[in-house]
Design a protein around this ligand. Structure first.
Ligand SMILES: [Fe+2]
Ligand SMILES: [Fe+2]
Length: 248
């Protein structure tokens, strides 16, 4: 299984990559803005968390497991999410829209992340959000002909694929320590959380998702397919760690 040092080096290298051509001018149409602007602003807000609570939890975990590189890799992960927020924010400014300061979905996700105040809870919330991000940014990419917005989406999608591997690996470290019954309980609440969350995401973002060609049936199918890869990853045999990381 890749070590924290591996992830630290991955994030350091990835953060240095400039994949977006900011010399491009946004050429999004009014109709496209109408379809995607609400969700674009909500996701931009969601990508701008300061990560203070997560950093505090990771500090404790890094100390407990004597793994300082874990803390650094998580800080770099937060930085990468903030990069998404900054790029989307820059795009929102360029097309002359106001940025969002507050949104119920964002507040709800932040509340959930802090609810149990432990790294396992945080991780499952992040994993579901990452899967939803993969579907959303693909839809956003397909909902527009604007090359600049498309390149921002592609950059995010490249990052998110690694985020899921990184977070799945973290979830596994908690999951494998549990008893058989605690594992059954954990899977139950992961699934309940997932099931509730995908309904909330569909309700809030169906307009933009539909603009990107994703209807309710397809959204649920894609989310189930992705999420069950995580559940399956948690149950594979110890010796296949390397192949497990191919889940995302
Ligand atoms: Fe992100
Ligand atoms: Fe992410």
């Amino acid at each position: 299984m890749p070590s924290s040092t591996f992830w630290k080096s991955h994030f350091e290298t990835n953060l240095a990559k400039q994949r977006i051509d900011w010399s491009l001018l946004p050429n999004i149409t009014k109709a496209e803005i109408e379809a995607i602007s609400y969700s674009l602003k909500v996701w931009q807000l969601g990508e701008t968390s300061d990560g203070k609570t997560l950093t505090a939890l990771c500090e404790k975990h890094a100390l407990k497991t004597n793994d300082p590189d874990f803390l650094i890799s998580m800080q770099l992960f937060i930085k990468e999410e903030q990069k998404h927020g900054a790029n989307l924010g820059q795009y929102i400014d360029l097309i002359g829209l106001p940025r969002l300061r507050k949104n119920w979905g964002d507040t709800f996700f932040r509340f959930l992340r802090h609810l149990n105040n432990n790294l396992e809870s945080f991780t499952i919330v992040v994993i579901v959000a990452e899967y939803a991000a993969q579907v959303f940014y693909q839809a956003l990419h397909d909902a527009t002909n604007c090359d600049l917005l498309k390149s921002i989406c592609i950059d995010i999608l490249k990052d998110e694929a690694h985020h899921i591997k990184f977070q799945n690996q973290r979830l596994l470290t908690f999951f494998k320590e549990k008893s058989v019954y605690a594992k059954a309980f954990a899977v139950t609440w992961y699934c309940l959380f997932f099931f509730g969350t995908i309904h909330a995401i569909w309700l809030d973002h169906n307009k933009a998702l539909k603009a990107g060609g994703i209807n309710k049936r397809e959204f649920f199918r894609m989310m189930y397919q992705k999420f069950f890869k995580t559940i399956s990853f948690l149950h594979k045999k110890e010796e296949s760690f390397q192949t497990r990381l191919e889940v995302a």
